[in-house]
Design a protein around this ligand. Structure first.
Ligand code: GLN
Length: 536
């Protein structure tokens, strides 16, 4: 029987429920359990696909093409196990399902209500990954903070489900904040007490409290929290600020979170956690022997979460190269032909980021021209690849008015154009080319050498593509289409031959980089940047 762990948040948002969930899952996995994590988000959008990154950070995409919360990225990076649509559910999706059922007549004769219909649908979704699956343990992260109006139905669903599952089959971990008041020189437990009281009002007694803190929790503080929140003292877990999120599993191990969880779930401890690979990654991450500076050119650079998977992929690739990767974010809108040399001074590589719409496009194209002409390693992702194609068309093929039809519908030279099957689509949500597609790599290409194979699969999220009617011109001038989708001939990778590193993909490699499996394109791009830094 699958066991369920629910993770709630108290006091404030941004305490890192996703990282705590992923860290606990990592420890349980390292003890030999098969674990998955799902996230329930209380907002009304069906998924975050239509949200601006400023609202919600990066939109993560799963193998099966679900547009999801960025926490799923953490789950995959920590566990090295793919997630799917079932791992991310929003209030919008819950209501959509219930309303569709109402129209089908599933509740004929009945008044459809939040309790029991919405809560039943939440409970059903909470168990989809558990029922008869290979997972021993399903961790469910509830978005939002306890006390929010919109998360109430989720809390009620957890209350009911715990009762239905019976004792020993589920537990609730409450993540809370123990603030330090500098003026008083003290850690304060009152906000946590209030937050737990609120959970109790809703009928939930948390089993474990994970306490985010800037200072170590004394035995006395732990005792106080335990006493006022009705938990065992060993279930008061300190979660001290860490220098990297990848330290958190080891910090949780030290606090014995995994042991407490398994004991409460009446599961055997099995072996001690096998974390050799994780520890060797951390060792390399913390003891770099060299350093590179990479420019990340994008239009959402003010918000670090907008490019979360890219910056995490650089951490994995850096550790693999035993090299510290310093990522310098550069606002694409600010780049012009006059300042590009100044802005890129000291950079050993440049990544041009994904994106939508025309803001910052010309800056991205300037950036690419500069790195192409100055033999600085370049890596383009999705819109970054499309910009590389437009740049090459304009400045090498001499097609001055080359453009993507996303930016100019009537472009005279539409070197990037909307995919045929996208043209008839009217709805914006969930209708892009999404999820995993296969790609054949050309023999002798850089891409084939980097991947070390001839057939790959990568995840996508786009509507526009390389316009194949220009392919011959590009290839004759030295830009090679080294990755092609075998089913429909879409160009998935382009590269330049006589260049330190000039590779760009229509897909998102950053979505598949994990601690255990750093993505080869990132690893090789960092390696090329390292070579560039040494040459200098
Ligand atoms: N806007 C481009 C497209 O839709 C690129 C998308 C992206 O970078 N994810 O094709």
């Amino acid at each position: 029987m699958t066991k369920y762990i629910f993770v709630t948040g108290g006091v404030t948002s941004s305490l890192g429920k996703g990282i705590i969930s992923a860290s606990l899952a990592k420890l349980l996995q390292a003890r030999g359990y098969s674990v998955t994590i799902q996230k329930f988000d209380p907002y009304i959008n069906i998924d975050p696909g239509t949200l601006n990154p400023y609202e919600h950070g990066e939109c993560y995409v799963t193998e099966d093409g679900a547009e999801t919360d960025l926490d799923l990225g953490h789950y995959e990076r920590f566990l090295n196990v793919p997630t799917s649509q079932a791992n991310n559910i929003t209030t919008g999706r819950i209501y959509q399902n219930v309303i569709n059922k109402e129209r089908e007549g599933a509740y004929l004769g009945k008044t459809v209500q939040v309790v029991p219909h919405i809560t039943d649908e939440i409970k059903r979704n909470m168990q989809i990954l558990g029922e008869g699956s290979e997972f021993d343990i399903v961790i469910t992260e509830l978005g939002g903070t306890v006390g929010d109006i919109e998360s109430l139905p989720y809390i009620e669903a957890v209350r009911q489900l715990r009762w239905e599952l019976g004792s020993g089959n589920s537990l609730v971990i409450h993540l809370t904040l123990i603030p330090f008041l500098a003026a008083a020189g003290e850690l304060k437990t009152k906000p946590t007490q209030h937050s737990v009281k609120m959970l109790l009002e809703y009928g939930i007694q948390p089993d474990i409290l994970v306490c985010r803190t800037e200072h170590h929790l004394s035995q006395e503080i732990r005792k106080k929290i335990a006493l006022f929140c009705n938990v065992n003292i060993n279930a008061v877990i300190e979660s001290i600020d860490a220098s990297t999120i990848y330290d958190v599993p080891l910090l949780m191990l030290k606090e014995q979170l995994d042991k407490i969880v398994l004991t409460k779930l009446k599961l055997p401890l099995k072996s001690d956690p096998l974390l050799d690979k994780w520890k060797s990654f951390l060792g390399r991450l913390k003891n770099p022997t060299s350093e590179v500076k990479i420019g990340l050119v994008g239009k959402y650079v003010e918000l670090p979460d907008a490019y979360k998977s890219i910056t995490e992929s650089f951490i994995h690739a850096g550790a693999k190269n035993e090299c510290k990767v310093i990522v310098k974010c550069i606002q694409s809108e600010s780049i012009t032909s006059d300042n590009v040399a100044e802005k890129f001074k000291g950079l050993n590589g440049v990544l041009v980021a994904p994106g939508f719409g025309s803001r910052g496009i010309e800056g991205k194209i300037e950036a690419i021209q500069y790195v192409r002409e100055n033999d600085i390693p370049f890596f383009g992702i999705c819109l970054g690849m499309q910009c590389a194609v437009v740049e090459f068309a304009r400045n090498v093929l001499g097609l001055e008015d080359a453009q993507s039809t996303e930016m100019d519908e009537n472009a005279k030279n539409p070197v990037i154009s909307m995919m045929e099957d996208q043209k008839k689509i009217k709805n914006k949500g969930g209708t892009m080319r999404l999820g995993a597609y296969s790609c054949d790599l050309k023999k002798g290409s850089k891409a084939a050498a980097i991947y070390g194979k001839s057939h790959i699969s990568e995840r996508h999220r786009h509507r526009y593509e390389f316009n194949n009617s220009y392919l011959e011109q590009f290839e004759n001038a030295g830009m090679m289409a080294s990755g092609i989708n075998p089913e429909n001939n879409l160009v998935e990778i382009i590269e330049l031959k006589n260049h330190a590193f000039f590779v760009a993909g229509q897909f998102h490699p950053e979505l598949k980089s994990t601690v255990d499996n750093p993505h080869p394109l990132f690893v090789n791009f960092v390696a090329a940047s390292l070579t560039h830094s040494k040459k200098k």
